[in-house]
Design a protein around this ligand. Structure first.
Ligand SMILES: [Zn+2]
Length: 220
């Protein structure tokens, strides 16, 4: 496994990925955590999965794994949802439905799409690595945990649900203009899962529930 930097945040913190040796014959699976800095369970799950892959050569060779545990390092530093410009990165993608929102809202998508260095780094990573599957990890309150999917990913979400027992959902229940899943899944047709962890569960529970769900991504 090799760790490298794909860009810098507003406050110049590195945005890092850890990748398995890339085999041109294998599919690339991209896993993102820490989109929202106040969802540390997503970061922890990514880090545990990196540790697992590092110690399991068979699993490592089943895909080109690319894992970015902290997409929003400035927000993570102070456990804030948004980045240092007070932009919700998960509303800052250049989708057809991007809309200018209220700058005071915690879901403010920026003054224009793709305005943030973190968004640009993610877009470049996806264009360069051409993933076959993307999982973006978040956490959510009030028992709304789910394997949410965008684009042609229902089968993958269903397989994850066999392992984690979370419901499979296509819509999160509220509009998400400029969201990452809209950009990758709906518009680019890259199978994309938004894994919403239960925010009331412990790190350990989230890992135990989702370890096999993440492993299942390597299945065809
Ligand atoms: Zn989130």
């Amino acid at each position: 496994m090799r760790t490298s930097t794909i860009g810098k945040s507003v406050q110049k913190r590195p945005i890092r990925i850890t990748a398995s040796p890339q085999n041109p014959k294998s599919r690339t699976i991209l896993i993102l955590g820490g989109f929202h800095g106040d969802e540390p369970k997503s970061v922890h799950l990514c880090e545990r999965f990196i540790e697992l892959i590092e110690t399991d050569p068979a699993l490592q060779s089943r895909a080109n794994w690319i894992i970015a545990p902290r997409i929003n390092p400035d927000g993570y530093q102070i456990r804030n949802r948004r980045n240092a410009n007070k932009v919700d990165l998960n509303r800052n993608f250049p989708t057809k439905n991007w809309t200018l929102g209220n700058p005071r809202s915690r879901m403010f998508g920026g003054h224009k799409p793709k305005s943030e260095p973190e968004t640009k780094a993610i877009i470049q990573l996806i264009e360069r690595s051409n993933p076959a599957v993307i999982v973006t990890i978040h956490s959510i309150s009030n028992n709304r945990f789910c394997n949410n999917y965008d684009g042609p990913a229902k089968r993958i979400a269903t397989r994850m649900s066999l392992a984690n027992n979370y419901p499979v959902t296509e819509s999160i229940g509220y509009p998400t203009p400029g969201s990452f899943g809209n950009w990758t899944g709906v518009e680019r047709r890259i199978p994309t899962i938004t894994l919403e962890l239960p925010s009331q569960s412990s790190h350990k529970e989230c890992w135990q529930k989702n370890k096999d769900a993440l492993i299942s991504l390597a299945l065809r």
